[in-house]
Design a protein around this ligand. Structure first.
Ligand code: GLN
Length: 278
C-alpha cells in the first residue's frame, strides 16, 4: 500500500520537479519517519492511519502548489546541521556553504575569534562557523521578527551563538561592536529584474531576504561603509554575492577603503564570496 503511494506521489511530483523521487522520499520520511522503508519491509506500515494519509496528502498538495520542499518539511540540512526553516526566513542553500568554508579559512590562525553575522535569517552561517570553531564568539543579527524567531530557535537548538535583533544597515547598530575579527553576511542581492522573474519556489521566500534594491547592490554599499569601524585592524569581511556581481561588489569594497579584495567561487565554479580586509 505505502509503496504504491510512494510511486503515485513520485508521478505527481514529476510534473513540478526534476528530482521527484528524492522529494517523495523526503515527504515520506516526514510523514512515516526516517525509517519508513524498514517499517514497510517488516509490514509495520501495512495499514497507514487515516491521520498519516491525511498528512501525506496535505504535504503533497502544498508541494504541488509550488511551495518549497524545505518549508513543507520544516527543517533542512546545512553544513551538517539540521536547522529549522520556515516562511519567515531564506532557505539555507548549498552555495552559502562556500561562505562558511572561506570564513573558516580566514579565522584559522586566530584563537577565540570574534565574529558577527549580518542579515542572519535562519542563522545557518553563524551556527555552521560555531560548529567548527567552538572557541569562537559568534553573534547573529537579524531585523525581521519572523526570521528572528527562527534564528532564536536554531540558536537554542545548537547553542553558543548569540542572536540579536537589530538593523544591519543602521550606523547605530555598528557602533555597538568593535574589535571584531570577521563579519559575514549573505544579504539580499537580487535585482528588480530578478524579482520580476522569480522561479515559483522563490516566491514563497521573504522578499526582504531576496531583494537588494534596483541593481541588487544596496546592502553591499551600506554594509561595506557602516561596518568597517567595527572590525579590528586586519579584520575581514566575507560576503555572499550573486554570480554576476563579482566586479560590482569588488568595486564597492575598494571605494570604501577595503584592501586585499578577492572573490572566491562556489562548488559550481561561480563567483560567490567577496572578501575584503581592513
Ligand atoms: N542565492 C539566492 C538565490 O539566488 C539569493 C539569496 C540572496 O539574495 N541572498 O535564490
Amino acid at each position: 500500500m505505502v509503496k504504491r503511494l510512494f510511486h503515485e506521489l513520485t508521478g505527481r511530483l514529476s510534473r513540478i520537479t526534476d528530482d521527484p523521487r528524492f522529494e517523495a522520499e523526503v515527504i515520506f520520511q516526514t510523514v512515516f519517519g526516517r525509517d519508513w522503508r524498514l517499517k514497510e519491509l517488516s509490514g509495520r506500515l501495512a495499514e497507514p492511519s487515516a491521520a498519516e494519509l491525511e498528512a501525506l496528502e496535505k504535504l503533497a498538495k502544498r508541494r504541488l502548489s509550488g511551495e518549497p520542499l524545505q518549508y513543507i518539511v520544516g527543517e533542512w540540512e546545512f553544513y551538517g546541521l539540521t536547522l529549522k526553516v520556515a516562511e519567515g526566513a531564506l532557505i539555507p542553500r548549498q552555495d552559502t556553504e562556500s561562505l562558511v568554508d572561506v570564513s573558516l579559512g580566514l579565522i584559522e590562525e586566530i584563537p577565540r575569534p570574534r565574529i558577527l553575522d549580518l542579515c542572519s535569517g535562519t542563522g545557518c552561517i553563524a551556527l555552521a562557523i560555531k560548529s567548527r570553531r567552538p572557541d569562537a564568539e559568534v553573534t547573529a543579527l537579524e531585523l525581521y521578527p519572523e526570521a528572528y524567531e527562527i534564528l532564536r530557535e536554531n540558536c537554542r537548538r545548537y547553542g553558543g551563538v548569540e542572536p540579536l535583533r537589530a538593523d544591519a544597515l543602521k550606523p547605530q547598530t555598528a557602533e555597538g561592536f568593535s574589535g571584531l575579527d570577521l563579519i559575514t553576511a549573505n544579504p539580499p542581492y537580487l535585482t528588480a529584474g530578478d524579482m520580476n522573474e522569480l522561479q515559483r519556489e522563490l516566491k514563497f521566500e521573504p522578499k526582504t531576504a531576496l531583494f537588494g534594491g534596483e541593481d541588487g547592490l544596496d546592502f553591499y554599499r551600506a554594509i561595506s561603509k557602516v561596518w568597517r569601524r567595527s572590525l579590528r585592524e586586519g579584520g575581514y569581511i566575507a560576503l555572499e554575492i550573486g554570480a554576476a556581481q563579482k566586479e560590482a561588489v569588488s568595486a564597492i569594497l575598494k571605494s570604501s577603503g577595503w584592501r586585499e579584495i578577492r572573490v572566491e567561487n562556489d562548488l559550481a565554479g561561480k563567483p560567490r564570496v567577496a572578501i575584503g580586509r581592513k
